[in-house]
Design a protein around this ligand. Structure first.
Ligand code: PHE
Length: 449
């Protein structure tokens, strides 16, 4: 079966796919407002440092484990284990990762469906089909179900194509369009009245806020979600990489693109919010904080687009198209986690695995849609607040303590004979053994406390 395993065709293809997984709704609807409310450029700096000191080592643990095994997380974690208990625990960690990745996809597909709906609504409304446009943008069970199903079908469609013809091909198409659209929208918004005020709020550093412990912890949490860590997405992408690639530097590039696009999103979102404010749209909540997340995306920005006339429809279509693309390159990486497992564990064809997993997660998502108020928040926090950090700790323990140092060094030496002399080998093992697990546990304890 090893011969039939998919592989990325080029380094750039891998980097765009992994960055595509990382850059998602989290970057655009969370990061900019979080930065603005928490010290602007000072927050950006702290985020950057934390992303590299803490999230990057975990990303590397996933990439290295995956490439070492050339298999899914269950295979990877059992292969490096020696005793029966470590093996069983490794297999369970891999399985829980699959469940958590599926849970994340089940809520992500709902939100991504809304993005699709808004993308289509503006052109429809311009064509005079206002009733359809309203249907697509109004919260209701049938609309949520239909759009989620369409988004899931798109995700399944790409995954059916496999690693090279599906994931890599679509990531190399979609990621450049995402970057170009974001740059173009940002450049346009910066020309409007009020934009500079937003830019100032984003960029003027206020170090007094940054020193608060809570903030550092919040930044850490979002860096973790943003780099898609814990659930085995990066692990499985790493497993499709050739042994010739130098993983430490590839990991740096992926992390840089993720952080870079989050920062870039700030140049679009914050000026846009202050342009909206200059046009009479409310951008602060009752407590004086900037409106964020769903209110920002589905209320504040549409209110701004409405004031821009015909250009507004174009800008809106481009913006929601951008959000849909960001979501799609992330959702394929989530679906690949269960699909790779089904293919490798049960010898299923990719077609069967992708249809089955996609359908099963679609059904789960439908249950969440129908019981939105009870389930949506629960699934989000179960998977991202509890699942991801706990799995992250397990991955650190396996990469740092269970994995034999010689075998790990050999993995690094595959394409770098002097790996034992390099910076990575000097710093990373210590980080992943001690620093990362301790810090993640602290974040976790505080976030549930
Ligand atoms: N990184 C994605 C985002 O920022 C979310 C994600 C989490 C993707 C976990 C895959 C796995 O939106």
């Amino acid at each position: 079966m090893a011969a039939a395993r998919g592989q990325f065709g080029s380094r750039l293809g891998f980097i765009l796919a992994a960055a595509g997984s990382a850059v998602g709704l989290g970057n655009i609807w969370g990061f900019p407002t979080q930065a603005a409310s928490n010290g602007g450029a000072a927050f950006v700096l702290v985020y950057l440092v934390l992303a590299f000191l803490l999230a990057y080592p975990v990303l590397m643990a996933e990439l290295l484990l995956g490439r070492h095994a050339h298999g899914n997380a269950v295979i990877a974690l059992t292969r490096i284990s020696e005793g029966p208990i470590t093996k069983a625990l490794g297999a369970s960690t891999g399985l829980v990762g699959i469940v958590v990745a599926s849970l994340i996809l089940s809520f992500y597909a709902i939100v991504a469906g809304w993005m699709l709906g808004f993308t289509a609504a503006y052109p429809l409304s311009a064509l005079g089909m206002q009733t359809s446009a309203d249907w697509l943008t109004t919260f209701a069970i049938p609309r949520n179900l239909a759009l989620m199903a369409i988004f899931m079908l798109m995700t399944i469609g790409i995954i059916l194509g496999g690693v090279h013809n599906g994931i890599e091909r679509w990531s190399t198409r979609l990621m450049p369009s995402l970057i170009i659209t974001m740059l173009a929208l940002g450049a346009y918004v910066l020309t409007l009245d009020g934009a500079m005020e937003g830019l100032a709020v984003y960029l003027l550093p206020d170090f007094s806020k940054v020193l608060s412990g809570d903030l550092v912890l919040a930044a850490l949490g979002s860096a973790f979600f943003s780099l898609s860590l814990g659930v085995g997405t990066m692990l499985i992408y790493g497993s499709y990489l050739s042994d010739d690639e130098h993983l430490p530097s590839i990991g740096v590039q992926v992390a840089l693109i993720d952080v870079g696009l989050a920062v870039l999103a700030g140049f679009l979102i914050l000026p846009a919010m202050y342009v909206a404010a200059a046009r009479g749209v409310e951008i602060f909540d009752a407590s004086g904080a900037l409106l964020s997340e769903d209110t920002l995306i589905f209320t504040v920005l549409p209110a701004l687009f409405a004031t821009l006339g015909t250009v507004g429809s174009l800008v809106a279509t481009a913006f929601f198209g951008l959000m849909s693309i960001a979501a799609l390159t992330s959702s394929i990486s989530m679906l690949e986690v269960p699909v790779a497992f089904l293919v490798e564990r049960f010898n299923w064809s990719r077609r069967r695995a992708a249809s089955f997993a996609g359908l099963a997660i679609g059904c789960l998502s439908a249950v969440v849609v129908v019981n939105f108020n009870q389930l949506f928040g629960l699934v989000v926090s179960l998977s991202t607040r509890y699942g991801q950090p706990l799995l992250g700790v397990m991955l650190c323990i396996y990469a740092g303590w269970v994995w034999h140092r010689d075998s790990l060094l050999q993995e690094l030496k595959k394409n770098d004979p002097d790996a034992d002399q390099g910076w990575f080998w000097r710093i990373w093992p210590f980080y992943v053994r001690l620093v990362c697990p301790v810090i993640i546990v602290i974040i976790f304890a505080r976030s549930i406390g």
